[in-house]
Write a protein that binds this ligand. Sequence first.
Ligand SMILES: Nc1ncnc2c1ncn2[C@@H]1O[C@H](COP(=O)(O)OP(=O)(O)OP(=O)(O)O)[C@@H](O)[C@H]1O
Length: 980
Amino acid sequence: MAKYTPMIEQYLKVKEGAKDAFLFFRLGDFYEMFFEDALLASKELEITLTGREGGGDERIPMCGVPYHSAEGYIQRLIEKGYKVAICEQLDDPATTKGMVRRDIVRVVTPGTVMEGRTLADKNNNYLVCVTELDGMAALAACDLTTGELYVTSSPASEEGLRGEIGIYEPAEILGDGELLERLRSDSLPGGKPIVYTPWEKKDEEKARGQFGEAVWARLERERAQCLSILISYLNETQRRSLGQLSHISSYEPGNFMILDPFTRRNLELTETVRERSKKGSLLWLLDRTETSMGARLLRRRIDKPLLQRHQIERRLEAVEHLYNQFILREELRLALKEIYDLERLTGRVAYGSANGRDLNALKLSLAQIPSLKELCLSSASSTLRELGEAIDECADLREIIEKAIIDDPPVSIRDGGMIRPGYHERLDELREAGSSGKRWIAELEAKERQATGIKSLKIGFNKVFGYYIEVTRSNLSSLPEGRYERKQTLANAERFVTPELKEKEALILEAQDKMTDLEYTLFSELRDRLCAQIPRLQRLAENVAEIDVYQGLAAVSAEHRFVKPTLTDGYDLHVEGGRHPVVEAVLKDASFIANDSSLSKQNGRILLITGPNMAGKSTYMRQVALICILAQIGCFVPADKAEIPVIDRVFTRIGAADDLIGGQSTFMVEMADIQLMTEQATPRSLIIIDELGRGTSTGEGMAIAQAVIEYVHDVIGCKALVSTHFHELAHMEEMLEGLRNYSMAVQESGDKVQFLRKLIPGPADSSYGIYCARLAGLPGSIIDRAYGLLQNMEQMTSPAGGIREGAENGAGITTIREAANTEASTRKAAITEAAIREAAAGIATRRDAGSPASSPSAEPVGAGAGAGRIVNPGALAAEGAPKAVNPSGETDYQRQEAAALEEDHFSSSSASGSDFGSEVVQLSIFGDEEPRRGRKGAGQREHSVADDVMAAVGAADLMNMTPLQAMQLLNDLKMKIRAK
Ligand SMILES: Nc1ncnc2c1ncn2[C@@H]1O[C@H](COP(=O)(O)OP(=O)(O)OP(=O)(O)O)[C@@H](O)[C@H]1O
């Protein structure tokens, strides 16, 4: 066993207490890391790895960062999901004999950072703790930077816990290792990396002390336990007062509309599905707040719409008033604009990291409060008046800051220069002594110049040598002998001191030291006084945030012509002229088509929506959900008129490709979602399912779709919007009295198709999938081939009526399975086979896409051909390059879609074209990326590979293939071609 030096022994002992963190071990002006920490840190931070002798057999790996720039390095490690334990010297090395004591003063973790880039102004940084106790799951979420602390509990359910965690989007989760493992195994949607910290230690005594006996006694057992664990972790990592955590917000999950993580994502409430950016989300549209705490509150409200009508109406009352009062709204906005982030400032005061500038920001913010209060008090809104009355101006706190701190203090609080003259008598005396000393020095300089006759003689100061008299080399001879003691030699000058200068210097420096010490003490005292008032400041911040949210929602509502919804306790939902708020805002030319929605016991509570790809089905269904959510957060809604019953939960099942990231198949994710829905939906819920059953074979998909719709109708009894490509399901209207068929209107004129985006009663009869594929820019030869195949297949298959008959007879899956030869699968198969052949053949021979001779089976099917429904615009328009769309021949719709798809101008799924559209775009990209080299020789081989693949796949499977599966197949094909 190696015997290390005492210093390394000390390091190892301290490191024992921070095994899962980098240990920043303070040695003089550096934080050093040793052993494995050094090896990893040098890589992660790209700093030089060195080594030192430490008494062991080998040199010890070492690397370090200067202490004054450590913050940036710590941030970088935190951003990468690491923790950093900071070990300081506890004794002053200058006065300590032997080795100084060292210990960890703080552990920085992703959930407990107080400074730095990871803290976006408008976002919270939550640390969440989860527990399970006697069948109850509890969750506590805390943001140390703002002092928010929430706690809740409910009967244990992983789904519920996951949903609640999703709302906070925590940076770090604490809890029992086994529980964390269970939560971790299914990835949460949300993109942000989460650090899981197994932690089971409780510190009930500390927690009790933190919140007070009275509050503690009222907490449910499982919530108290959860908080004890959280507080124990915070104490262990922060090792200082947690003054900002003064108030516990304990809530029941049942008080809010439940939105599971997938639903929040699908509806793009706070970020878009594809880019995970705020831009393009509902939050992005609604956020007109002026303060950071207002922005954070808005986000919390979007994540937790209310269920109590009176609370919703209280919010709507304020929004309505401000909606109508433009001038009041502007005045509030101007006052709010000047208010800094009160919550984070308060957090820094509590944490002890606030400097003079922070206190001034607090002072300037407080200066706005009287006018804000007055505006609220004098308004006609009862909600605003209530808020105005609740506002504590904290004028006393503003005054004490004003008296103590100068207007432009330095960043550091250690170097003095921040306390106002007149604030403290002793400080004024010391300052006087300091400045009279400096005057004396100035006089001495004049005196010495006169005495020596050296005009260039000057008195200067530096930190190492203190005050000195400087004489240039050429003048040295004029300096009298004796009194001048040489101190430093420079290239061109000599520096001297005299006994009287030394004496004065001691006095000046002493005064200076005393002054900075006293300023620091006075500043700390002031900070402590403010610290004692933190709950007042936090309440004020809450009030300000709420006012800010109301003015913001009123501003958006007015600008986008939203109307006040009528909330009811009934069942029926009626919306006239409803719009999707984000898609509408993004369409610059005000071309959004409004649609009504009526979901009622009388006239149908399930809408089965069919219609072509790109027709606007998803947009419409999302819009209904968003209108309900907007109403229940207390915002006006994008409609001409809206009557909304309070919805307890929105379930959505939308989209496919993204879920693959979670490691599960699309179909499995869909089924898991549906399972959750069947288990938890109530008659007051709203269910939205986009393309139900699309991830499996057509027959089975359709069977599942029908069974699920029947279950929603017969057992759950809630309102639902279901879109499907299985037009055959339309027959259900005759079986289920609460179901109505609707479709998205399409106008065919000659060879063109125009999507009218209008919801009309009755089922649709075509999907125009190949037409959309052409719009997306798939090579013309694929399109022609697809139309040809489709025509052949349609001639081979019987009309859909036969299937309808089978299902109506109750023949079940066996009969429905026969429906595999339906229009939907026929279309997919046509596109798939054509794409496969094109992928292989195109590489080699890449024919002119528009040439009719290029493919014998690519004969276009004109309007009215086949069943009379399929239009092949390619036959007339697609000449030349595969992606070219004849501009002069385009309809408005075509131009718009083609532009949207080609530019991919907006990443949000609700705004960038349909799901099917994006899949087809991927196919077209695949076609483009193939190499053009050596076409001919390779062509022979590729053709045969394509044939092999086609043979292996078989016609039956091709029927059932989704575009995604087709993509995979194409990729396999590509690999094989490369391998050959
Ligand atoms: N009411 C509307 N008014 C104007 N444009 C709309 C409207 N609804 C949808 N759109 C536009 O149409 C595009 C496609 O809409 P959406 O994704 O809802 O179609 P879809 O029928 O669900 O298609 P798919 O079945 O292929 O997924 C949207 O991105 C949007 O730009």
